[in-house]
Design a protein around this ligand. Structure first.
Ligand code: NG6
Ligand code: CA
Length: 520
């Protein structure tokens, strides 16, 4: 439904009549479905591109398990992460709120405070209120504590304070310290006689670094990533102590998988929500040796094969436990693809013909489509009919849509209830969507994409990705020009003005202050 039009017509009695009819139907549907209280699993990959999945066109890279979900569920071609980087996207996914409404929603350091307000609504809170057990296994990257965490004590607030009954996480990213697992706020396997210290500004005396001790490295850094060395991998940030608690990078996928599987087995008798946040294919790419060389594309391809295998194993667990028919699975990625994201790992050299962004322009960090348009699949055996949907949807919409599914009244301002779209019963997705990339914002509406003029480099040379910055406004018609090659801003002034007006209506005008914001 066209939101702008409905606003204009909101006084109409006729509309009110139709709306009551519609919401009446919706409620009936909702309560029927709610009786089943399906389990809900969100599988969230890290930096997996639109073109990295077989069902989305990848030829050389094989992802049979993700393809099975795509071919047996709804495969969305216009599914979006809110942002072209991780923390903002995860924030939006869990809270149903645009990340640009929170000035701190940027890529977070491992020592950043919790980004979500503990009073804020979240998917797990909403589901818990409806009787669900809620768990997260995998990457968090939404900050922990108050910004001054003692990693040797209970780390709080964190996932357990924003709705998760159970949490087993890495704090930030695989390339950031602390490189330890945290279970319900406590570092796993920590020896109290070897306490953890973390600092993002200053090294601890005598500790080797990637910059000063290249001879100790098994993976070399390309840009950034030259602080503490852990397991031969140079990281972002400095860490001392916690030897027995450090993760083994090559075992991370198996470890998260086994925690996710036990979570399912332990909670199978009650409705559960599992947020399974995979760490792949983010850097450093460290496949278990049994996946090494499997893709022929180097570690980036290998960890995608590994992630796909993990997803297959998770589905097998649901099958073995007799839960597959009663579980809604949502699969997506937090942002678009990147090849060289700071380590020499052959991602560029061994790419061959593979196109991680598929037909889209840009990648991670970009306001072009590949920054935020990602694989997006809903699967529910027996309930969702296989189909392909071009409806525009965002991860932000999951909160209100899942709320409708479980008969909760909770809705958030930015999250639209698109349950019927997620169920493959309607093709009427969003009318418009604000996209974000490192604090810059853009508008997608109908077939059109507007990228307002932004100062800044056109290309991030380190990662070799076009960011979308230009002195000119950019306007693309994605129906004819999915690859965003023909800027129509100067030839279709009328459309440009219309798009700017809609963009500023939703976003306000402070988007222009982006550079000031970035400096903070
Ligand atoms: C960047 C890192 C990049 C990656 C990213 C976060 C450097 C030079 N680059 O700052 O490697 O960690 O942050 O990625 O340090 S994300 O997917 O979690 O947003
Ligand atoms: Ca990411």
């Amino acid at each position: 439904m066209n939101i702008v039009n409905t606003k204009f017509l909101s006084g109409s009695i006729l509309l009110f009549f139709f709306a009551s009819l519609l919401s009446g139907c919706g409620d009936k549907n909702g309560s029927e479905k709610a009786k089943t209280k399906p389990n809900i699993i969100i599988i969230y990959a890290d930096d997996l591109g639109y073109g990295d999945v077989g069902a989305y066109g990848a030829k050389n890279l094989k992802t049979p398990n993700i393809d099975k979900l795509a071919n047996g569920g709804v495969q969305f071609t216009n599914g979006y992460a809110s942002s072209a980087t991780c923390s903002p996207s995860r924030y939006a996914l869990l809270t149903g709120m645009y990340p640009w409404r929170n000035k701190n929603a940027k890529i977070l350091a491992g020592t950043a405070p919790l980004l979500i307000d503990i009073e804020q609504m979240t998917i797990p809170k909403m589901l818990r209120d409806k009787g669900y057990h809620t768990g997260i296994v995998g990457k968090w990257h939404l900050g922990l504590g108050d910004g001054n965490v003692d990693w040797n004590k209970l780390i709080s607030p964190g996932p357990n304070e924003v709705g998760f009954d159970y949490s087993y996480i890495m704090a930030a990213t695989q390339d950031r310290v602390p490189t330890v697992y945290i279970e319900n706020g406590m570092v796993e396997n920590l020896d109290p006689n070897d306490p953890i210290e973390i600092n993002y500004k200053k090294n601890f005396e005598g500790e080797p670094t990637g910059k000063e001790n290249p001879e100790m490295l098994k993976i070399k850094w390309h840009h950034g990533h030259n602080h503490s060395i852990i397991n031969g991998i140079p990281r972002i940030g400095y860490m001392k102590g916690g030897e027995s608690a450090k993760w083994i990078d090559e075992d991370m996928a198996d470890n998260f998988l086994s925690k996710a599987q036990s979570y399912i087995k332990v909670h199978k008798a009650e409705p559960f929500f599992l947020y399974y946040a995979l760490q792949q294919p983010h850097v450093p790419r460290t496949p278990h040796p049994r996946f090494e060389g499997k893709s022929g594309m180097g570690p980036r391809g290998d960890v995608i094969v590994e992630a796909d295998w993990c997803i297959g194993e998770l589905i097998k667990t649901l099958e073995d436990e007799g839960l597959l028919e009663n579980t809604l699975i949502v699969l997506s990625s937090d942002n678009g693809p990147v090849l060289n994201d700071g380590y020499y790992d052959d991602a560029v050299e061994k790419l061959g013909d593979h196109t991680p962004a598929g037909p889209l322009r840009g990648g991670k960090y970009s306001l072009f489509e590949a920054g935020t348009r990602v694989p997006f699949i809903t699967y529910w055996k027996g309930k969702i009919q296989p189909s392909r949907s071009d409806a525009m949807i965002s991860q932000i919409d999951l909160l209100s849509s899942l709320a409708h599914l479980v008969n909760s009244d909770i809705r958030t301002e930015d999250s639209q209830n698109l349950l019927e779209v997620f169920m493959g019963e309607s093709q009427q997705g969003r009318d418009e969507l604000i996209l974000e990339a490192t604090t810059r914002t853009a508008l997608r509406k109908g077939d059109w994409a507007l990228i307002p003029a932004y100062k800044g480099p056109a290309v991030n040379k380190m990662v070799n990705i076009e960011l979308g910055n230009s002195d000119e406004h950019q306007l693309y018609n994605l129906k004819d020009d999915l690859g965003q090659q023909n800027n129509l801003a100067s030839t279709n002034k009328e459309k440009l003005d219309e798009m700017i007006a809609i963009f500023e209506h939703i976003r306000g005008t402070e988007y222009k202050n982006v550079e000031k914001l970035e400096l903070k």
